[in-house]
Structures are given as structure tokens and as C-alpha cells.
Design a protein around this ligand. Sequence first.
Ligand code: SAM
Ligand code: DTB
Ligand code: SF4
Length: 323
Amino acid sequence: MTHTIEEVRALYQRPLMDLVYDAASVHRANHDHYEMQMCTLLSIKTGGCTEDCGYCSQSLHNDAEIEKEILMKTEAVLEEARKAKEAGSTRFCMGAAWPRVLEGRAFDRVCEMVKGVSDMGMESCVTLGMITEDQAKRLAEAGLKAYNHNLDTSEEFYDKIVTTRTYDDRLETLANVAKAGISACCGGILGMGESEEDRISLLCTLANLNPQPESVPINMLVPVKGTKLENTPKLDIFEWIRAIAVARILMPKSMVRLSAGRLTISKEAQALAFFAGANAIFTGEKLLTTPNPEKDFDHALLDDLGMRPRTPFKDEKAEQEAA
Ligand code: SAM
Ligand code: DTB
Ligand code: SF4
């Protein structure tokens, strides 16, 4: 089903309480609303990236103070994955500050990491920049569950934020990932100074991807000092709730993932986001280069709300049992 921009705009602009109520109903019809998928993120190669993404601490075009790191050793990554599993995470996402994947020893090592994480019984996810179909197939053979590649914002606003690659480049990588049979984790960032219409346009493009992304990360901008967006005014939190609710209604089967920005969002607003259909979070004190709520905060919040962490590969297991 193709969604039109008019339809998405009408949905986005509904009275907030009606929008959230309907999103919660769609959520309950398609998911176990007591469950939250807990994911851990690890930066396996940090900083020194040649792309010019205005928001990113790792871009050479920005002046953020971060500790650069060359590609980690496989064993060190697997040790972190083990710790994440013990702490209750069921999905492990590895991020590299690469503009694109290049063939060679570094990529071989990432394939090894993916295999190791998958063999541990965790869902593996990587985000490595642009990728070809052949490279995506190699990751699929290593057991990769999902590839994260965000559209970030609307096509119209994109070149105000990123100057070194195009919207079409992003869409091409998503097509390569789909051809390799890997699930896409694809979303965007809110609060970069975009208009309401840009948020609507982003949601419309995401919902019209074929297939729809298995997971939709909703990042709230973390305004990192030294980046071009460091002084961007904060987005009203109800706009964030609206975007989550619209994502849930338009992509009923997807995991809607609260990604960057949770540290500065109140637990009450996070609870409303869960009610509106968000069902995955990143846990652990660090995202890639910026801080995140500690795991104790997240577990206490789930407890208070009567929710619980989701088991790994739940959909695949259910399909096997039904067969
Ligand atoms: N280099 C790869 C790429 O750009 O595809 C992968 C890593 S990149 C850091 C992953 C995503 O994190 C970006 O697409 C962006 O959506 C999000 N992100 C990065 N910095 C952020 C920030 N300061 N605030 C919110 N989201 C951010
Ligand atoms: C996504 O959409 N958000 C995560 C994950 N995919 C890789 C990354 C958030 C990064 C936030 C900024 C940082 O920590 O550097
Ligand atoms: Fe590089 Fe990814 Fe950061 Fe862009 S978002 S500068 S591609 S690490």
C-alpha cells in the first residue's frame, strides 16, 4: 500500500490524544505491548569519518572532542557482546565511522564479529555506511540480522544537513540490503531544525519503503559541542511523540526504536512514547560517542510500567513453531 503525503500529514496533525490512542491500539493489535526489545550499541571504529554530516561527532568536517579509535579486535568486541547479553540485551549493534564499506581485512574482521555475535544467540546488527549488494550478501552469510542505515530527514531538508552524499545514495544502500535478504533498520533524526513538513515527508518515505524497515530508529538530536548543529533549539517533546505514533500506525509490524536523545527525555515522556508504540530501546551507558541512560534506569522504568525485556529472535521462533 502506498501512503500519500496528504494522508500522512492528516494523520500527523490529528489531535494528539486521538493520534496516541489509535497508535496504542495498532500497537496492541500487532505486538505484545508488555515487551521492550533491549539493544546494546558498540562503536567498533570511532571518529575520523570523511563524510560531512552536520550532526555527527565523528565527522572530520566537525570539531567535536572525541577519542578516535581504529577498528577493534574481534575478541574485544565479542567480550562486549557477552557483557551486553548478561545485562539483558538481546540485540547487539556494531557501528563504524566509515562512509562506505571497503573490501579488505577490516571488512573480513567485521564479518567475523557478526558471526561471533550471531553464534552467541543474539540478534546482530551493523551500521557501516554505504554498502554494495555483494558485501551485504557476505554479511548475510555471516548471520547478520539487520543493517542500520538511516534516511536521517526528508529528501527536501537532506542537503542542509549532509553535503557529501545524497538521498539517492542512502536509498541505494537500502535496496542493496534488501536484495541480500537482510532486514533494514532505517529511521531518522528529529530536532535538527527541520519543519513539521520535513518530519511528515520522512515518515511518508519510510512507510513507502518496500519492504518496510524491520526496525525504525527515532533519534532525537544530541547536540554535540563542536558540530554544526550544536546550537539547534530543542524540539518540543510532543512532536517526538507524534512522530513515534505516526511511525507505529504506518508501519504496524516494525520495531519502533527510541535511539539517541533519551538521556534528556523525562521518564514520563518515554512512558507516553512506549504507550504510543515504541517497543525497542538502546541500553547501556554509551551510544556511539554520547552518553545514554544506564541499564538500572531502564530496568527500573520497565518495572514501574509493568513491562519486560523481549527474548531474541522471537518472530523467527514463532514462525518455526507454527510450521
Ligand atoms: N557511518 C554510518 C552511517 O552514517 O551510515 C553509521 C554510523 S552513524 C553515527 C549512525 C546514525 O546515528 C546516523 O545515521 C544518525 O542517524 C545517528 N546519529 C549520529 N549522530 C547523532 C546525533 N548527534 N544525534 C542523533 N542521532 C545521531
Ligand atoms: C541509530 O539510528 N542510532 C544509533 C544507531 N542507529 C547506530 C546511533 C546514535 C548515535 C548518537 C550519537 C553518538 O553517540 O555519537
Ligand atoms: Fe560518518 Fe556516519 Fe558520522 Fe556521517 S553519520 S560522519 S557517515 S560516521
